[in-house]
Design a protein around this ligand. Sequence first.
Ligand code: UGA
Length: 595
Amino acid sequence: MLTAKGSSEEETHLKMPRISIFGLGYVGTVYAAGFASKNIEVIGFDIDEKKLKLLASGISPIYEPGLSELVKDCVHKDLLKTFSTAEDAVLNSDVTFITVGTPSNSDGSIDLKYITETSRVIGEVLKKKDRWHLVTVKSTVIPGTTEKVVKKIVEAASGKIAYKHFGLGVNPEFLREGSAVEDFMTPDRIVIGVSDEKSKVELERIYSGFSCPKLVTNIRTAELIKYVNNAFLAAKVSFINMIANLCQKIPNCDVTAVAEGIGLDKRIGKHFLRAGAGWGGSCWLKDLNALNNFARKNGLTLPLIDATLQVNDMQPFVMVELARQLIGSLSNRRVVVLGLAFKPNTDDMREAISIKIVNMLLNEGAEVKVYDPAAISNAKEIFRDSVNYASSANDCIRNADCALIVTEWDEFKSLKPEDFVRHMRIPAVVDGRRIFIPQAFSSKLRFAAIGLGANEYFNPALAVNAMIVSDSEKILLVRRTIEPFNGLWSLPGGFVEYDETVEEALTREVEEETGLKIRPKQIFDVFSHPLRSPVKHVVTICYLADVLGGSLKSSNESLEARFFSASEIPTRLAFDHHEIVEKYMKLQREYWKTC
Ligand code: UGA
């Protein structure tokens, strides 16, 4: 393996080879405009005439931040052109990059129909070309494809010999959607896969204006690097998602802090450790399946790749389960999904995790409404009339019972807890992308988040809205931290807010609910207890119901309040907190004596 020398001023100013790019999808268009912006003459070619016409008139056929400007500028400067025939494109260039798609077959392997057809077309033109020409595969292809498929087809169609009459190379791309132009301009590295010196020199010349490390490998290694890169990134995200699911079982644990803690270790690195509802997009699933399929054909299994896929399949269930924990059964509930694109700043919904989440919600019998700042028209193609579509985030959450954050658009980051409280029928939020500050939200509404441990910010007990009608003198109202109660709000720090007016309102409410005549000071709001926290709170409820010989009664049927018996709590909360229970019960008894 050779590492190419860095660029020199002299090399940069050498006359650049002319480039033709076959396939004007998102990779092809970004590279076409990108190379042209580096003063290289580029010809774009695609079998789709619409794309050609758009590009010819200076309009990018795809959306990527910064791309329209780049295309317009390069077309204007005549550095980026189109030709309507493959022949003109190849004959008027020195190097052809193949950037066509490699979709999945049903068994996970890649479908090479576009690669084979493009190779054949290029080969037929090369038959008529006297000069040496370099064919470079930029599409993501399984190791061996360039040498076993592309080379053979070009040789057969041209009647020429690879490495002698034409060069062959592999040059994988690592562009992310949404920041593809930036990734092109400032890559972490450039990988050049070649078998002959002339092809190597030509590709190095093209990239001489880039100062990043350039790694020269053989062709199959370069092909594999692309897959391994995506597989590793997907594994990193699935790994942190797996840990996020563990964090949810640990009181007061938060995966964002765990990710920060491990990310500071330079050997791990902080990137791609954002836990969430799951990863999507057109590449990772396709590439991981292709890698698995390739390994199987070679008599191997790749257990870490399987696990990466498995964890990702689990995340939509985790999201739906969190929603269920917040509001109980989702049947006939108005559940809204904020964010549909597989990531922010794109309208791309290919393999978006939102699709699985929406379908699961529909299966649960929920009435689903969705909103995305960019992907609504793509969403309509997928969900048709099975869901309702909103025109803004606020419109989406209006009168809803639970909101799921599935894509971390900036627009959602600016939503405040008050927005949800004001608009929703039941203010309940599942943060699937960790865009909200848990403390700020959980004190004002029902809040759950991926990777946030069962603690005072999130607890199924928050769904309890009940009263204990005791045989003793006291009636205990047990409410979530904030819930409209007779037009009044129970705020954190209850005692401060708990004045005569509140007491009067509560008294009226209880009288209506129970049919009892309430005497002054007979009513007691459990939330005004200074030691409250959801865990202790549930314990308190059950404990008090037990010791006071009272019965539990929901004060709001529509909330499907759930009551847990004391023995059920540890399993419900999925962690052993006997010590806390014991300690708290003791404190509770002492406190109670003073009331
Ligand atoms: C990915 C790779 O990052 C690119 O290097 C590669 O060139 C490209 O695939 C490809 O093969 O064409 P892309 O699919 O555009 O790029 O998206 P990413 O930014 O990598 O995100 C992939 C998914 O992972 C998204 O759903 C994103 O929301 C999710 N993700 C990413 C997380 O959940 N957490 C993270 O920390 C990072």
